[in-house]
Unconditional design. Sequence first.
Length: 205
Amino acid sequence: MGRTAVLVDGFNLYHGMKRQRGRRYLWLDHVELASRLRPRDQIVDVRYFTAPVLDDAAAAGRQETYLKALRAQNHGVMKIVEGRYQRKRLRCRACGAGWIGYEEKETDVNIAVALMEIAAAGSVDTVLIVSADSDLCPAVRSARGVNQELTMVPAFPPHRRSGELSTLLPSAFTISETKLRQSQLPSVVKDPVSGVKYMRPAYWQ
């Protein structure tokens, strides 16, 4: 049995799942998913990279509930790594209308740093990279230089693919809808320490 760490690009995965089935699979248990994707391995370290929602109290509340449920369901294995969103003023070139957009920052760097830490530590055999972001290729190359024994496997979210990552790591594959459906958190997650219960948001049904 091998030891596997998992790095989840939350933004990349979120948009892939939304494109596939709307909000149906957003209540996803990443540890359970990793166990189904690597059934012969021991999942020892799962890191979910995301950023706090800005300017939308309802969405921020759903996100907070979800992150607490993830931690409660997977004590000792699940770690949340937060970047940030940056507001951007955008303007339509045709009509001149302006609006505020949002850009996620720091996630790529945080994943790259985590990958290098894991490679240097040498405590796992495999890293499952849940992302199709080709910006991670330099980090993959560097991690390979640090630890040639480390196996790195990209797991592409639905409707996301990177030709560059596939070329660099031919073991890349796309996560199936079946695996997402089978890896949902319980509708109600109870924290075994505090006893607090977290319910799947009705908006995500």
